[in-house]
Each structure stands twice: as C-alpha cells, then as structure tokens.
Design a protein around this ligand. Structure first.
Ligand SMILES: O=P(O)(O)O[C@@H]1C[C@H](O)[C@@H](CO)O1
Ligand SMILES: O=c1cc[nH]c(=O)[nH]1
Length: 354
C-alpha cells in the first residue's frame, strides 16, 4: 500500500486524510456504497493526474498570505465564514457555462447520469448569499454559471480558483460548456476548442494591467481535448463534434461581424471576407469567454477545455431564430459529452480509450 503523509488507506481504495476534507477516511467508510465507491475511485484519479506540484490549484499572488480573511465577494463566501476544505476539498471537475438556468439543469442532468440521490444538497445554490453567480455541487463536480463576456468570466475565475486553493483541491479539470456561432458548420455541430484566438487569430489573451498590456497564452489542454473528442464518438449518430480554434470576442454584434446590431458601419462583403479569413486560419466557432478562461486556467494549473455547441452558421446569417426546442437540443449536446466523460473518469461506464 502507498505510504504518504497526506494519505490513508481505506477499504476498496486509498483516501486523502485531513480533518475536514470531504475525501476523508470517514466518508470512505460511508454506509452508502455508492458514495464510498465514488470517493475511493476519486483518489485513483487524483493519483493518476498528480504532477510535480501534487496537482494543487495554484494562486500566483504573494499578497494573499497577508489577508486575515479572503472574501470571495461575488460568490458570497469567505475562507473564514465557510469551511471551504469541507465543502470543496473533493472537487475534481468544474463545469462552467453562461446562464444560471443551464448550469442548474446541468447539475441535475449529471446527478441523474451518475446515479446519485436527488437530495437537498445537490439542489442547493451554494452562492445563495449573492445573485451574481449560481453554483451547484454534485458529488465531485461543481456546476457554475459565469455570465456573459470576459470580465464576468474573469471575476468568477479569480474567486473560484482562490476558493479551490483555500479548499486544498487537487487535480481539478475545468470545462466550459457553452454556445457559439459556427463558421462553415451545420448548426448544432459541437466544437471542442484547440485554442482560443483573438481578433487577429493569435492564441493570446491580452489584458491591460497597471498601464501595460499583458499577454498570456490560450492553448487548451491537448490531451483533455482529445479525450473529449473520443467521448463525442458515443453521440456521433446524433450530432457531429469537431476540433477547431475558437475566436473569442468582446462583443456579440460588431465584435463578431454581425450585420444586425444597433450600429454597423461595414458591408456584408467585408463581414464575409473576415469570417472566411478566420475559417482559413482554423477558426470554427465564435464566443465570448474562452480566451480568459484558457489563460487563467493555464496560469493556475488547471487543465481546461471549452466545448461549445454552434447555434447557427455565421456564413449564412446572424440572427438566432431556431425554435426553443431546437436550441435546447443544441445546448444539451456539450452537456451529454461532458457527463459521459465524467462518468468515464469515475468509471461509472465502459469507455473507449479514455
Ligand atoms: O455559455 P454561453 O452560451 O452563455 O456563451 C455564449 C457567449 C456569450 O456569453 C453568449 C452570447 O449569447 O453566449
Ligand atoms: O453567434 C453566437 C452565438 C452564441 N454566442 C456567441 O457569442 N455568438
């Protein structure tokens, strides 16, 4: 058996010790076999992913050490008012998406897929002290909304990564489950991002900090993207999934070359020319959060993926006019792939090469 200061042995697996960690020997001996099984399997995943820094979520900020209390203002929590290790120490997967409704629905969908009980805990919004974001926890999975655009995503990630850091979470994967506009794709095609690119099709996120423009790389985790593509084959009869670059913009209208905003001073030909250049550069879809998502996850040591459905083909139009039923089906597609992936990782189902 393994011997490590932070490990202890439990029946059917090895668990991380710690007073308040949810991956504790106590829960490992839980009378609920489903829960015990899940928690013990999680440890093997953690071991498999462990890198040189033991897979810990990092913060790159020496000033945090001098804070008496770290208030996660937009999440409605702090590291003194909440027992973050107890609440989040076992988190292994974080799924984010724009709207509160989608992420609540995803939590419920995943709970069913994992065969976990429909208890109060899995339905509780953990950000109940604020209405900025909503967060649900299903076993080792967090489902959180990030709002629209880079600033909203960036605020969430600063506070979420500090939350995971305070909780001592390890080997955490983060996946954005989103919607986007496709380029040259049948609507409903799912795109797993290879990289997030800026308006010049460079894999960089640029942020002005103290009067200077700071550039950070926005490549996605290659292995994770391949694993997700492999999982998508399960659904190949229902919808296509491809790998491509994702253009991240700061606006839905002019920023994405739409002709239907309140302001538009370019021609339809200029729009098409830009989108065709994007396609030639490898871009397959357009959305509004992937660049900061990739840049910040890379910095803080989380493996990251972006999986977005495409709601329309931007070479053919700008308005999203499909029926509610069609759009709901499109939105569910990335969720199906991610739920399957998580099940594979928790060994709840037989999977190909994953
Ligand atoms: O994840 P969602 O569907 O919220 O993301 C995309 C990008 C923008 O935030 C939004 C624009 O409709 O949809
Ligand atoms: O065209 C689209 C559709 C969804 N989200 C976007 O950012 N753009």
């Amino acid at each position: 058996m393994l011997s490590h200061p932070r490990l202890s042995v439990c029946s059917g697996g090895v668990e991380r010790t710690g007073r308040s960690s949810a991956l504790s020997a106590n829960t490992c001996f839980s009378s609920n076999p489903q829960e015990r099984d899940l928690r013990c399997i999680l440890f093997s995943i953690a071991m498999a992913h462990d890198g040189m820094d033991n897979g810990k979520v990092k913060v790159l900020n020496p000033h945090l050490a001098s804070l008496q209390e770290d208030v996660l203002y937009h999440l409605g929590m702090s590291n003194t008012t909440h027992d973050l290790p107890e609440m989040f120490g076992d988190v292994k997967f974080v799924c984010v998406g724009g709207s509160m409704g989608r992420m609540k629905a995803f939590a419920e969908f995943l709970r069913g897929e994992l065969g976990l009980p429909r208890d109060e805990e899995s339905q509780r919004n953990l950000c109940e002290g604020t209405d900025r974001y909503a967060m649900y926890k299903v076993g080792p999975v967090l489902s959180i909304n990030h709002g629209m655009g880079v600033p909203s995503m960036s605020i969430l990630l600063h506070e979420l990564f500090k939350l995971l850091y305070h909780a001592g979470s390890r080997n955490v994967l983060i996946i954005r489950i989103g919607t986007s506009g496709g380029i040259g794709l049948e609507p409903g095609t799912v795109v797993v991002s290879h990289a997030a690119v800026n308006y010049k099709f460079e894999a960089l996120f640029e942020q002005p900090i103290l009067g200077r423009l700071v550039s950070r790389p926005t490549q996605m985790d290659e292995t994770l993207a391949q694993e997700l593509l492999e999982c998508s084959k399960q659904f190949a009869e229902d919808f296509p999934t491809i790998l491509g670059d994702t253009l991240c913009t700061n606006d839905f209208y002019e920023g994405q070359g739409r002709l239907d905003g309140a302001i538009c001073k370019y021609t339809a030909a200029e729009k098409l020319n830009y989108l065709k250049h994007a396609y030639a550069a490898g871009v397959r879809n357009i959305e509004m959060e992937s660049s900061v998502f990739a840049a910040m996850s890379n910095e803080c040591g989380l493996r990251a993926a972006v999986v977005c459905t495409t709601l329309l083909n931007r070479l053919e139009g700008d308005q999203i006019s499909s029926s509610h039923a069609v759009l709901s089906d499109y939105q569910l597609r990335p969720q199906r792939i991610i739920a399957y992936y998580i099940k594979c990782k928790l060994r709840k189902t037989q999977c190909l090469k994953v």
